[in-house]
Design a protein around this ligand. Structure first.
Ligand SMILES: [Zn+2]
Ligand SMILES: [Zn+2]
Length: 693
C-alpha cells in the first residue's frame, strides 16, 4: 500500500487538509519503496490511543500494533473531520492540443502535457489555490519549477488580467499555485505545461487506461482543497514484448482438458500488444494433444488461451519461442502434474490495488489481467478503504465500479472474482475483507464502529466473508496479534507478498522493518491456527505476476485445494486451511500427515503406528531446489534439494502433541519459495472455546 493526499470532487467526506498536511503527506510518499505506508521508524514513542477507547496509557499501548502508526491515523482522522467550502474542487480541466479520447502513450516515455484549468461558478478566491498533482505512484516524474533542463519542468501561466500566480513547487509531486491580486473568476484559466523543458516528463511505468493528471482546488483560501470532479486522463500502453509467459494448471487427471494461457509481456510484466506473431512449442511432450504452434492476431491483444487434452500421466513443462513480432522471445511454463486422484489445485491472488486507491490500472483491467494474462483461477481486488488518491469509504461511485467489475468477471467454473477491500488500519495492522457474494460494504478502519479487529469481525459474523492479515511481521505496519484471529472469519494469513515474507526471521525474502516476536511462526507458537496463503499486493495492475515488476522479484500466490471453482468451493477450502503460499512461482506442493491434508487438526486416535505418524511430502518445483525445511513448532530440519526439480519424501515423525504444528518450506535456487499450511496437533484441553487458540 501506499499513501497520498487526495482530494475528491465527488461529494465525499475527504478533507484533504491544510497545505502543511498536504506537504507532510507528500513527503511521506516519496519515502515509500514499494508503495506501502509511512516512513519507517515513525514508531510510536508518542503513542496515544484512538479517541474511541478509554484506557490507561499502558493499556492503550497494549491495545495497538507494536509499531502502530499513530501519526498517520490521526492525520487521516483530522482530515476527515475538517469542513470543506463549496468552492473547493470547483471548475474543470482538460488536456490541450490533443483529441479528448484516444490519447495513448508508451510506458516510461517522455512527454509534454498542456493542462488547462478553468474556474467554475464559484471561482477561486484571492488567497485560494489550484494544485497540479502528478501521481505519486509508479514512475511519473515529479513536477518542478526550478530547473528548465531537468525532467518534469513545469510552467504555469494565466491570461486573467490582474491575477498574479504565486507558484510553489517545493512540495514533492504537488505544485501549489496561489491566487493573488484578485480572485480567479468563473471561466478564467490557468495553464500548466508539465514537461515544458527539453527533457519532458517521464510518465507511468505501468500500462493503464485512465491514468490521471490530478487537479485540486482550494476555492476559498482556507487551506483545504479537493480534487475536481474529473481530472484529465490518458492511456498508457506497454513497451514491446520482451518475454513469453506460459501458464498451465498445476494438476490434472489423464483424459482431462487443460487450459494454457500464453501472454506476451514487456520488461515489467505489462501485457504487451504485438499485432501478429506465432508461438512455437519446443519438443512438445508426447501425452499432450498440443498444436504445433499458436498464432497471435491483432484481436488477441497479445495473449491467448488454448485448451488441449492431457492423455497420459506424468509431469509436463512446456517451452516455446516466438516468431514474427515475437521473434527472439522465449518462455517456459510451470510444471503440470497429471495423475489419477490428484486433488485439484486453484491459483489465486487475493490482494492487489487499482488506480481507485494507490495502484495503477482500472478494476476492469485488473480482472482481465488476472484471468487472461496471468491465468489465475481466483482473484480479488482489494483497494484501500481510506488511502490513495481517492477514498473508497467516502466515494460510493468507486465502490460501485468495483462491484460491477467483480460481477462482470465472475464466471463459476471458469474464473472466480471476489469483492473485497483492504481494511487499512494504522493502529492494528492491515487486513483484507473478502466477500463471497455479490454484496458487501466497506467497513472502514477509519470508522469508529469498525476500528478494531473485533469490531470488524462482529460486523461480519454469519456472513460469507473472510478476513486475513498481511505484512503481519512488519513492513508498513505490523499486525496487532493481541486480537486472536476469529476462528470462522480468519482461518488463514498472508505470509508473503511484494513486501516480503512474514513467516519467520529466517524466511527467504524476509519482510523489511520486522518486529521481533510478531512473525506468523511466533503466533502459531501461541496456539493460533492459521493456514498460509501468499498474494501479490500488486500495485502495478499485474495480479498473479507481481514478481515480474521492478519492485523486487517477489510476489505472492495462494494455492487453494478445491474440486470446484466456485465462491462456495474456495470459501470452504480456505476455511478448512487447505491452502498453501508461494512467493509467485507455481510450485506444486503436497504435504500430508497420516494422509490428512495441510491445514488439518489431527486427533490422537487413528490407524497410524502408535509411536509415530507418517509425514509425506511431494514437491515439483519451477527451478532447481535448494532445500526443503521441515518446521515443527519452531524447530527446523532440512532436506537438501540437490538442484533437483522434483522431490518426494516420506518419514515417520513422533506424534504431534496438543499445541504442536508442523509445516514445510520449499526454497528454490532462484529464491522462489513455497510454504505449506501447518498441520496441527490435537486441541489443548482448555482450547475448546470460541477463540482460535
Ligand atoms: Zn495492499
Ligand atoms: Zn497493506
Amino acid at each position: 500500500m501506499k499513501l497520498t493526499l487526495r482530494a475528491s470532487g465527488e461529494r465525499c467526506g475527504w478533507r484533504p487538509g491544510c497545505r502543511r498536511t498536504a506537504r507532510v503527506l507528500s513527503l511521506l510518499l516519496c519515502a515509500l519503496p514499494i508503495g506501502c505506508g509511512p516512513e519507517r521508524g515513525s514508531q510510536s514513542e508518542a503513542v496515544s490511543a484512538p479517541r474511541t477507547q478509554e484506557a490507561s496509557p499502558a493499556a492503550e499501548r497494549l491495545s495497538l500494533s507494536p509499531d502502530a502508526k499513530l501519526d498517520t491515523h490521526e492525520m487521516l482522522r483530522a482530515d476527515l473531520e475538517r469542513e470543506r467550502h463549496a468552492a473547493d474542487g470547483g471548475g474543470r480541466a482538460w488536456l490541450e492540443g490533443v483529441p479528448k479520447d484516444g490519447l495513448a502513450y508508451r510506458v516510461g516515455s517522455r512527454q509534454r502535457f498542456e493542462v488547462v484549468y478553468q474556474a467554475g461558478p464559484l471561482g477561486v478566491a484571492e488567497g485560494g489555490a489550484v494544485f497540479l498533482q502528478i501521481s505519486p505512484f509508479w514512475g511519473w516524474d515529479p513536477s518542478q519549477t526550478l530547473y528548465r533542463d531537468a525532467s518534469g519542468y513545469t510552467e504555469v501561466s494565466t491570461t486573467a488580467e490582474g491575477v498574479a500566480l504565486e507558484v510553489d513547487g517545493s512540495s514533492f509531486q504537488l505544485l501549489v499555485v496561489s491566487i493573488a491580486g484578485r480572485a480567479l473568476d468563473e471561466g478564467e484559466q490557468i495553464r500548466f505545461v508539465y514537461g515544458a523543458g527539453e527533457a519532458g516528463a517521464r510518465i507511468d511505468s505501468y500500462a493503464e487506461a485512465e491514468a490521471r493528471i490530478f487537479i485540486a482546488v482550494d476555492g476559498d483560501g482556507d487551506g483545504m482543497r479537493a480534487l475536481i470532479a474529473q481530472s484529465p486522463s490518458l492511456e498508457v500502453f506497454a513497451a514491446p514484448a520482451s518475454r513469453l509467459q506460459l501458464t498451465l494448471p498445476s494438476t490434472a487427471r489423464p483424459g482431462e482438458k487443460v487450459r494454457l494461457t500464453l501472454a506476451a509481456l514487456d520488461h515489467v510484466g505489462n501485457a504487451s500488444t504485438p499485432e501478429r506473431g506465432e508461438i512455437v512449442f519446443v519438443d512438445p511432450p508426447a501425452g499432450l494433444a498440443l498444436p504445433e504452434r499458436v498464432s497471435l492476431e491483432p484481436e488477441h491483444r497479445g495473449h491467448r488461451t488454448i485448451e488441449f487434452e492431457v492423455q497420459a500421466a506424468g509431469v509436463y513443462r512446456l517451452r516455446a519461442y516466438g516468431r514474427g513480432m515475437l521473434e527472439g522471445l522465449m518462455g517456459e511454463s510451470n510444471p503440470l502434474v497429471v495423475r489419477e486422484e490428484l486433488p485439484r489445485l486453484l491459483w489465486g491472488d487475493l490482494h492487489g490495488h487499482s488506480q481507485l486507491s494507490d495502484g495503477t490500472g482500472t478494476p476492469e483491467q485488473y480482472f482481465d489481467y488476472a484471468r487472461n494474462v496471468a491465468g489465475l483461477d481466483v482473484s480479488a481486488l482489494t483497494d484501500h478503504d481510506h488511502w490513495g488518491m481517492r477514498f473508497l469509504d467516502a466515494t460510493p461511485t468507486l465502490w460501485q465500479r468495483i462491484k460491477r467489475a467483480v460481477l462482470q468477471h465472475h464466471e463459476p467454473g471458469r474464473f472466480v472474482s471476489l469483492l473485497g477491500y483492504e481494511w487499512t488500519s494504522w493502529l492494528h495492522g492491515h487486513r483484507h475483507v473478502l466477500y463471497f457474494s455479490d454484496e458487501g460494504e466497506v467497513l472502514s478502519s477509519m470508522d469508529a464502529r469498525y476500528e478494531t479487529p473485533s469490531q470488524l469481525w462482529q460486523a461480519l459474523e454469519g456472513r460469507p466473508a473472510l478476513t486475513f492479515a498481511h505484512h503481519s511481521a512488519g513492513g508498513p505496519v505490523a499486525t496487532n496479534w493481541q486480537f486472536p484471529p476469529h476462528p470462522e472469519l480468519e482461518p488463514v494469513t498472508e505470509i508473503v507478498s511484494v513486501h516480503g515474507s512474514s513467516e519467520a526471521p529466517d524466511s527467504p525474502g524476509r519482510i523489511y522493518s520486522p518486529v521481533p516476536g510478531n512473525f506468523v511462526r511466533d503466533v502459531l507458537g501461541q496456539g493460533y491456527r492459521l493456514g498460509f496463503i501468499g498474494s501479490g499486493d500488486s500495485h502495478d495492475g499485474h495480479p498473479g505476476l507481481a514478481q515480474l515488476s521492478l519492485a523486487g522479484g517477489q510476489g505472492g500466490l495462494a494455492a487453494i485445494q478445491s474440486e470446484t471453482l466456485t465462491r462456495a468451493g474456495v470459501l470452504a477450502a480456505m476455511r478448512a486451511r487447505h491452502v498453501y503460499a508461494t512467493s509467485g512461482p507455481r510450485i506444486f506442493l503436497s504435504v500430508t500427515i497420516d494422509g490428512q491434508p495441510m491445514g488439518s487438526i489431527l486427533t490422537n486416535g487413528g490407524e497410524a503406528a502408535a509411536d509415530g505418524q507418517q509425514l509425506s511430502i511431494e514437491v515439483v518445483a519451477t527451478a532447481p531446489l535448494d532445500r526443503i525445511d521441515l518446521i515443527r513448532s519452531g524447530r527446523t530440519a532440512t532436506l537438501p534439494g540437490e538442484g533437483r526439480l522434483a522431490l518426494s519424501h516420506g518419514r515417520v515423525i513422533p506424534r504431534l502433541a496438543p499445541g504442536e504444528f508442523h509445516y514445510v518450506r520449499v526454497v528454490q535456487e532462484d529464491g522462489g519459495a513455497a510454504w505449506s499450511s501447518p498441520i496441527f496437533g490435537p486441541s489443548l484441553p482448555q482450547a475448546a472455546s470460541a477463540e482460535n487458540r
